[in-house]
Design a protein around this ligand. Structure first.
Ligand code: FES
Length: 113
């Protein structure tokens, strides 16, 4: 994840896409078959608890099926081969890049949660 010091045109990610696609044929890889649903739950909970200023959207396929579980920052890069053990460091990175919501209003809309 790039930081403002990396690039003068840096834009922090506004949305985190999480692939929850499940294919039932063993010969066809998919993120849910590799554990993306509990990862999505943990990331969404962490974002809510930490009040990180980013939206989350569960999505069906990001075109990186053989490398999943797949996350995608928008704007930004893919996070591939995600494991549940990576969630705290992903939350740390998101918090550093996106900051904390200062308002006391409703939480950032979490689609699919
Ligand atoms: S099934 Fe997750 S990227 Fe395609």
């Amino acid at each position: 994840m790039k930081t403002p010091a990396d690039q003068s045109s840096y834009l922090p990610p506004r949305t985190l896409l999480i692939c929850i696609n499940r294919r039932f044929k063993a010969s066809e890889p998919s993120c849910a078959a590799r554990g993306s649903l509990p990862i999505a739950d943990a990331i969404e909970s962490g974002i809510r608890e930490r009040r990180i200023a980013i939206a989350v959207e569960r999505i069906v396929c990001l075109g990186q099926c053989t490398k999943g579980p797949t996350l995608k920052l928008v704007p930004g890069e893919f996070i591939l081969g995600t494991t549940i053990d990576m969630v705290p460091s992903i939350l740390d990175r998101l918090q550093a890049a996106c900051g904390i919501r200062a308002d006391d209003g409703p939480p950032v809309h979490l689609l699919g949660s």
